[in-house]
Every structure is written in structure tokens, then in C-alpha cells.
Design a protein around this ligand. Structure first.
Ligand code: F6P
Length: 355
């Protein structure tokens, strides 16, 4: 079979591991031939390709980014964009396309599937907010990077008697914030799923400091918002991308100023930004991405289309793309209860507990 591969949307550690696994299994076990479309859907629309053979995927397993590069191009925004995709797939003799990406990429894949193209999806996003799968590869790496940053911020907060606010990515979901916040022993974790009250946060920090602690760590998701002041999401740019997203960011600095003003505690903010997306994937993400690549190629040869490979529990399964789209996967209430269970109610803090 001749199989096309593309990576769309924000990059994510593990993309190369998916490509490598699909290409190796396809060539070794099925005798497939591969074509890589460059820069997401842009490469399909503009017919920009590269050959994906064993040589092209050699040595890429630990590499961040994507050898196919990526973009947030939405063919649906161009008058004949979707038709052109179908035509370019036909011109390149593509039997099936493997689309590696998040909800935006999968939404285009589904439209093309509905127009008759054969497409199999692979879920990708550091935000872990894609429905239909328990985990996306890239998330574990982002959490590991954020956790290491929180550990580092901890020691400087402690040395200076400061409150440190760490802003992490995640778009409209708080997965990175809650995982890294729990792993890093944050004192306060703020996620988009639960609007917060700044006066409450300030009071919690004051209480903690009256219990003998002299520093605090606050982890805030970029999409978090307060119930009153700072009630709208913070954006660094309100210019919409081709899928209609604003660029989030800035809550960390604002929150730090509000905390300092209310508590009098010296407060600093750190914005982790794209550091969370760059570099080598963790072992977990390399394995998950490899399983997704193998799963996708097996789905291709099982004759599937309009489906996405997914992780359910410990098993790799196939789910309809439509199941992954339309709703952001928000943080489990169970996990929120774990974070809440670590909070000191009021009164004396047990020596050595907390961060
Ligand atoms: O979806 C992944 C993500 O990193 C979000 O967490 C973040 O809001 C966004 O992409 C940033 O996008 P860009 O790389 O276009 O600035």
C-alpha cells in the first residue's frame, strides 16, 4: 500500500517515534511505501512531500519536534481546500493517510474521510485534552518538564521566602497543571475546570505562612480564570489561528501581582511556555507513541478509516474520530479530589508536611 503521513497542530515530543514505528512496521511487515506530507495539512494542499523510507526514520526515536514539520493550516478555511486535499492524495497515489494530530487535525481528517478519502488518526497533544483516549503522547514529557521546573522553583522560593507562581500550558484543560502540581508538591493548583477566587487563594497562602511556612508554590494553567477579578481567560494575542483559537497566556504574572498586593508576600511568576513542548520524549511517551504508530498501521491494513488509535486502560484500541471531537476532555474529578486531599484544612500544619 502507499501510505501518506502528516503531523499537524502544535508539535509534541513523540511525533517522530510514531512516524518511525508506522514506517518500520509498514515496510517490514506489509511491504508498504510511505510519503510524508510536509507541515501538516499545508503540505497536502500545496503538494509538498518527502519520501519516508527506513533511512529517513533512522535515529529519530529520541528526537523532539517532527521530521515532517507542522503547521496549524486548516484546508477548510480555503474555498477549495478540502477538494484540493482529496485531489493531492489521489495525485500522489495515496491509499490511506495517517494524520497525527490533535482535535483540529482530526476534524479535517474526518471531513476528508466523509468525502471518501481513507484516513486513520493518531492522537497527539501535550494538553491531553482529546476525548476518546486516556492519554496522548507528549503529555507525560510536558508534565516531567513542568515538574522539574517546579522542583527548581521550590528551592529558590524557599531561599527567598517567596511565593512563586508557575504558569503551565494546557489550553482549556488543566491536565498539565494538576499532574505537575501534584508531582511537584504545589500548595495551590489552579485549573480552567474550576474558576478560583483570588481572595481565597490569598487567604490560603496567608494561613499557610501563619503555620510557620515561609514560602509557597502556586501552579496555574494558562487557561485558568478567576470567578470575579481576572474572570476572563488571559490571552497574549486575540488574533485567531485558522482553527479559531486565541493564544492563551499571561495569567501567571497577573496572579502574582494580585497575590503580592493582597498578602504582602514577595511573589514572582515563571511562564514555562514552549519549553514544555520541546526536546526529547520521556520513555513513557516513546513507548506510547510507538504503540500508536504500530496500532495505526495495523488499522490501515484492517481496512479501517475515519477511526483513531487510542489508549483505553492499558490497551490500544480503535475509536471513531467523531468520538474524539467536539468536546474538550477535562480533568477527572477523581484527580481534583486527590489534589484537594493534600490541602491542609486550617489550623496547625503537621511538621514536615506540605511542600
Ligand atoms: O495545544 C498545545 C499548546 O502548546 C497549548 O498548550 C498552547 O496553548 C498552544 O499549543 C500554544 O500554541 P502556539 O505554539 O501556536 O503558540
Amino acid at each position: 500500500m502507499k501510505i501518506g503521513v502528516l503531523t499537524g497542530g502544535g508539535d509534541c515530543p513523540g511525533l517522530n517515534a510514531v512516524i518511525r514505528a508506522a514506517v518500520r512496521k509498514g515496510i517490514f511487515h506489509y511491504g508498504d511505501q510511505f510519503v510524508g506530507f510536509l507541515e501538516g495539512w499545508r503540505g497536502v494542499v500545496d503538494n509538498r512531500t518527502m519520501e519516508l523510507d527506513l533511512q529517513a526514520v533512522a535515529g529519530i526515536l529520541p528526537r523532539g519536534g517532527t521530521i515532517l514539520r507542522t503547521s496549524r493550516t486548516n484546508p477548510g478555511k480555503r474555498p477549495d481546500g478540502l477538494d484540493r486535499c482529496i485531489e493531492m492524495l489521489r495525485q500522489n497515489g495515496i491509499d490511506v493517510l495517517i494524520a497525527i494530530g490533535g482535535d483540529d487535525t482530526q476534524s479535517v481528517a474526518l471531513k476528508l474521510h466523509e468525502r471518501g478519502a481513507r484516513i486513520v488518526g493518531v492522537p497527539k497533544t501535550i494538553d491531553n485534552d482529546l476525548s476518546g483516549t486516556d492519554f496522548c503522547f507528549g503529555f507525560d514529557t510536558a508534565v516531567s518538564i513542568a515538574t522539574e521546573a517546579i522542583d527548581r522553583v521550590h528551592t529558590t522560593a524557599e531561599a527567598h521566602n517567596r511565593v512563586m507562581v508557575v504558569e503551565v500550558m494546557g489550553r482549556d484543560s488543566g491536565w498539565i497543571a494538576i499532574y505537575s502540581g501534584i508531582a511537584g508538591g504545589a500548595d495551590v493548583i489552579l485549573i480552567p475546570e474550576h474558576p478560583f477566587d483570588i481572595d481565597d487563594i490569598a487567604e490560603r497562602l496567608r494561613q499557610r505562612h501563619t503555620r510557620g511556612r515561609y514560602f509557597s508554590i502556586v501552579v496555574v494553567a494558562e487557561g485558568a480564570r478567576a470567578s470575579k477579578e481576572l474572570a476572563s481567560q488571559h490571552v497574549t494575542s486575540s488574533k485567531l489561528d485558522e482553527f479559531g483559537h486565541v493564544r492563551l497566556g499571561g495569567i501567571g504574572n497577573e496572579l502574582a501581582a494580585e497575590i503580592e498586593q493582597r498578602t504582602g508576600f514577595e511573589t514572582r511568576a515563571v511562564v514555562l511556555g514552549h519549553i514544555q513542548r520541546g526536546g526529547s520524549p520521556t520513555a513513557f511517551d516513546r513507548v506510547l507513541a510507538t504503540r500508536y504508530g504500530i496500532g495505526a498501521i495495523d488499522m490501515v491494513h484492517a481496512g479501517e478509516s475515519g477511526c483513531m488509535v487510542a489508549l483505553r486502560g492499558t490497551r490500544i484500541i480503535s475509536v471513531p474520530m467523531a468520538e474524539a471531537l467536539g468536546k474538550t476532555r477535562v480533568v477527572d474529578e477523581d484527580l481534583i479530589r486527590v489534589a484537594e486531599g493534600l490541602q491542609h484544612p486550617t489550623g496547625e500544619e503537621v511538621a514536615g508536611s506540605g511542600s
